[in-house]
Design a protein around this ligand. Structure first.
Ligand code: IPD
Ligand code: CA
Ligand code: CA
Length: 267
């Protein structure tokens, strides 16, 4: 299987790291793993989240000993000599993984001078490798990706997710969901923000919107979407900073304004 065109060394290292970490997750999936609860509601972490992250960092450090990292489980590992920050979600969809549901992935992105330069998302069970490099396009298992050409969200298919404190209706997310649901749009909640973003890039979903995400959930997906012709902004339509943790709207770009109109912060 081909990963795409001739990518930079940075992207090639990222591909190698997610494939190797993916093999660990694939092997462990469905076994009797150790599960811990992190602070918050049903916020799980398994021994495989840690194992995947450790391996990814080791592989990258072997090539680039002075690079910096921001990982979901390890936090920030800064290095003053580095221009590159690797943003890692070693297992996105941990709740699915913990429930033996095969919908999870690894998300790994390289950030340089305030922009994403490489992004890879790997689904180990389906063996789907999504790769984007700045200026080179987005690919799924070597095939160029293009976002969907749906022009009205009302006839489309989107995805969202709910924060763990949904009961508090933060940022009116329940109201937004109901308003969009009432348009008749098909909406999925599959439990992995990175897969949702990869699917928007692949044209499988027309849009994804969510609040309470972190840099590691969205970094690689942002580049995948943009390189496939889509758009990702805040709920106010502003340019998205991957280090901001702001609410995100990601679309095929054609329906962006329409979806934004449903996501006004005050309903
Ligand atoms: C979670 C997933 C989920 C999203 C949550 C994330 P994790 O990541 O991406 O789709 O709704 O907000 O925390 O914990 O499985 O890496
Ligand atoms: Ca995540
Ligand atoms: Ca995770």
């Amino acid at each position: 299987m081909h990963a795409g065109p001739k990518f930079s060394e940075l992207t090639t290292v990222a591909i190698d790291a997610v494939r190797q970490a993916g093999a660990i997750l694939r092997k462990g999936f469905g076994t009797n793993y150790k599960i811990e609860l992190k602070p918050g509601i049903q916020n799980y972490v398994t021994e495989y989240d840690y194992a995947s992250e450790k391996l990814i960092i080791e592989i990258i450090q072997n090539h680039y000993p002075s690079h910096s990292f921001l990982g979901e489980e390890c936090g920030s590992i800064p290095n003053d000599n580095s221009e590159i920050l690797w943003i890692i979600d070693p297992l996105d969809g941990t709740t699915n993984f913990a429930h033996h549901i095969p919908l999870f992935c690894i998300s790994l992105g390289a950030y340089n001078h305030k922009e994403m330069v490489s992004g890879v998302i790997y689904q180990p069970i389906t063996d789907e490798l999504f790769v984007a490099e700045k200026g080179q396009g987005s690919y799924l298992n070597g095939k160029r990706l293009q976002v969907s050409n749906t022009v009205s969200f009302k006839g489309g298919m989107g995805a969202t997710g709910f924060p763990r404190n949904i009961i508090e209706n933060p940022l009116h997310c329940i109201d937004h969901f109901i308003n969009i649901l009432k348009t008749g749009t098909i909406i999925r909640n599959i439990g992995s923000s990175a897969i949702n973003l990869a699917y928007v890039a692949a044209g499988r979903f027309d849009a994804y919107w969510a609040i309470s995400l972190h840099s590691w959930d969205i970094a690689a997906g942002k580049l995948l979407i943009e390189e496939a012709g889509g758009k990702m902004t805040t709920y106010l339509g502003k340019e998205y900073d991957v280090l901001s943790n702001a609410p995100i709207v990601a679309t095929n770009s054609l329906i962006h304004e329409e979806l934004l109109s449903f996501l006004k912060l005050n309903v």
